[in-house]
Design a binder for this molecule. Structure first.
Ligand code: SF4
Length: 694
């Protein structure tokens, strides 16, 4: 079949998944925004320039294998796959199944994420699989599951935000990370909680600027005010929730003056925030990475959910709590089995019924499925060590830049017997690989993505991939067959994989069983859960809004969480006197492997920088525009100084998208949230000095 000239598809980057129309013209591929509900004809700079990725000159086009001289040299696919499968077999024979690990990505399509999990657990029989989404939304997922019995980033459509009167954004900066979302935030008054005066904070009616790592104290204080000042919805608390008393016992001691001492947020501002939320007819509380990427990230999110529950927001039409998921398939990526503790359908891998269901579908014995493996950081940290994996397969991720404590993780990656990376452009991780597998991207493949509102979207193919690139599904099939698996167990057609994924998800938390490619092709807006009701004349319409009739716990009630504030794992002291916090800029995406190769984006954000208050810079002898070294107990990164008068004097900010010695993650730490295993990206103790100083 000839390739279409125009397709309706979605942006390759973030979880908003803006709708686009891509066309092949004589001059190349062009993109136009479509009138899709989330972007309503808007696109950000990244979306506009995305077609450039299709023709990037250093696109990976051939499988590469490292030769005896240490160079990556082109080989044919059979040679590359034979080598990988042979090495995997040898390593597992000598060191056991778990000596091979798999690291996935939140940008992979649903089909790829599903097949990757199946490949790891059946073809490799390893428990060692996790993905970079662990670094992204895992704290919100843990808190959402505990509170509501179900985690879906936004349990309502994005368009509901536009009808709200007030939206509180805790640690989210959509004006920079998802600009088209701001159309939906134009009407509501915004309360922004962020240690920085971010682009979103600039547009806020109220900006609360707590010290890094104190968001939970602030959330407890806001709950305290809501209760003491009589703003809570007592009927809602009594009728729709449990656990309020235990949560309140811990919030009791967080009176406003104490919160001000700990966070730096004035009592009056705390009171204003609660009053704005409570007086609003419709209000939302949203969290982002700023609240989530902490060693107490799940408790922090739970603190904001407690506040939302006390005000009676979740599960009420037009109001609610949600998490702004970041990566393109950050939602779907966590549902289909590439997480260390989960099987497809968002099922727990330890649940006997779930294991039975999935094993039956996969044609294997339930007791042959491995148990839970290590979380992403723990998996990477253990590489090459006693009991850790000796071979790693990476799909759609660049952990050499995006993992915390990146210098240490780079050492661990270097210690492997075998590092295999499937990607479509070179990255800091492919540079270290023994084998690089060139795969298809975005407009060269069909598949589905699930956006931040739990809506399943079709990604459509516009053009053929470069002749030697293969889809990740074909790569997994090729490896599985070489490992002795029957080929039919690893389909390569996305539609076929999706049909299996639907059946795997049936009855699970994220039920896709009523969703088909045909329904998506017809333009239906389908949000999971969408079970197969066996009625072709009136199939299940999907569930844009969750929890209106009850939460997903067996008793239908939401749970308050009894959480208390604790310090970040690392506080500023004599050697490292400042907080460093990390984040994103508009023109770059994640580790930057894709966006750093697009000229317009690179011009807009060419290098790492450090935002610092002029007084702090002065004390450190730093000038605006000079290069600074930023050091923590783990390492040092280099960044261009930007004097910003709105920064807290105890805090510096760095984006994390840049390579080599500009990696912000060279300074971030490895303290993990005990529940979500999220690393503490948002708080490190650092010192800053001029790059000229020795
Ligand atoms: Fe793409 Fe996200 Fe920008 Fe939309 S907001 S164009 S999905 S990067």
């Amino acid at each position: 079949m000839p390739e279409p000239k125009t397709v309706a598809t979605h942006c390759p980057y973030c979880a908003l998944q803006c709708g686009t129309r891509l066309s092949r013209e004589r001059a190349g591929v062009t993109v136009r925004p479509s009138d899709f509900p989330v972007n309503k004809g808007g696109l950000c700079q990244k979306g506009w320039t995305a077609p450039t990725l299709l023709d990037t000159p250093d696109r990976l086009r051939h499988p590469l294998v490292r030769d005896a001289g240490g160079r990556l040299v082109p080989v044919d696919w059979d040679t590359a796959l034979d080598k990988v499968a042979g090495e995997l077999r040898r390593i597992q024979a000598a060191h056991g199944r778990d000596s091979v690990a798999v690291f996935g990505g939140g940008g992979l399509t649903n089909e790829k994420a599903y097949l990757l999990g199946k490949f790891a657990r059946v073809a490799l029989g390893t428990s060692q699989i996790d993905y970079n989404g662990r670094f992204c939304m895992s704290s919100a997922a843990a808190a959402g599951n505990a509170a509501f019995g179900l985690d879906r980033g936004l349990p309502f459509p994005v368009t509901d935000l536009g009808a709200a009167d007030v939206v509180l954004l805790a640690g989210a900066n959509p004006a920079e990370t998802m600009p088209p979302l701001m159309q939906h935030l134009a009407h509501p008054e915004l309360i922004v909680i962020d240690p920085r005066r971010s682009a979103t904070a600039e547009r806020a009616a109220l900006h609360l600027q707590p010290a890094p790592g104190t968001d939970l104290a602030l959330a407890l204080g806001l709950l305290h005010i809501a209760v003491v000042d009589g703003w809570t919805d007592t009927d809602y608390i009594r009728g729709r929730t449990t656990g309020f008393d235990a949560a309140w016992q811990l919030a009791l001691s967080w009176w406003p003056e104490r919160v001000e001492r700990v966070t730096g947020v004035a009592v009056s501002a705390q009171r204003t925030a609660v009053r704005m939320l409570a007086e609003a007819e419709r209000a939302h509380v949203l969290t982002g990475r700023g609240a989530e990427q902490h060693s107490k990230g799940s408790d922090t999110v739970a603190g904001f959910i407690n506040l939302a529950l006390a005000l009676g927001l979740p599960g009420r039409e037009g109001s609610g709590y949600g998490c702004l998921t970041g990566q393109g398939n950050g939602q779907g990526g966590r549902e289909h089995g590439q997480k260390a503790d989960q099987l497809p359908g968002y099922r727990m891998i330890t649940d006997p019924g779930s294991r039975e269901h999935i094993a039956r579908l996969w044609g294997v014995a339930a007791d042959s499925l491995p148990g839970p493996g290590r979380s992403a950081y723990e998996l990477l940290d253990a590489l090459g060590t006693e009991g850790g994996a000796r071979a790693l397969l990476v799909f759609g991720s660049n952990p050499a830049v995006s993992a915390p404590n990146a210098g240490h993780i780079t050492e661990r990656l270097s210690s492997l017997d075998l590092l295999v990376v499937a990607d479509f452009v070179p990255s800091e991780t492919t540079r270290m690989a023994d084998v690089v597998l060139p795969v298809t991207q975005w407009a060269e493949e069909d598949g589905t993505m699930t956006n931040l509102e739990g809506r399943i979207l079709r990604r459509r193919r516009l053009q053929v991939p470069p002749s030697h690139a293969r889809s990740d599904l074909e790569v997994l099939h090729g490896l599985a067959v070489r490992l002795g698996e029957p080929g039919h167990r690893y389909p390569t057609a996305p539609r076929e994989v999706f049909d299996e994924l639907r059946r795997a998800s049936a009855g699970g938390k994220a039920d896709y069983s009523g969703i088909t490619y045909d329904r998506l092709e017809s333009g239906e807006a389908l949000h999971w859960p969408c079970p197969d009701n066996q009625n072709p004349d009136a199939p299940h319409p999907g569930t844009p809004r969750l929890f209106l009739d009850g939460f997903a716990h067996p008793d239908g009630r939401a749970r308050f969480a009894a959480v208390d504030h604790r310090d970040a794992a690392e506080l500023p002291g004599t050697a490292f006197p400042l907080h460093a916090t990390t984040g994103r800029v508009l023109a770059q995406y994640q580790s930057g492997a894709q966006t750093r190769r697009i000229a317009e984006l690179n011009e807009a954000a060419p290098e790492s920088f450090m935002e610092i208050h002029p007084d702090t810079a002065d004390r450190a002898g730093l000038r605006d525009g000079a290069l600074a070294r930023v050091s923590s107990a783990r390492g040092e990164t280099v960044a261009r100084v930007r004097l910003v008068g709105t920064m807290r004097t105890d805090t510096v900010f760095l984006p994390f998208h840049f390579p080599d010695d500009e990696r912000a993650n060279l300074i971030t730490g490895d303290a993990l949230d005990p529940r979500s295993r999220m690393p503490e990206f948002k708080v490190s103790a650092v010192r800053v000095r001029s790059a000229d100083e020795v």
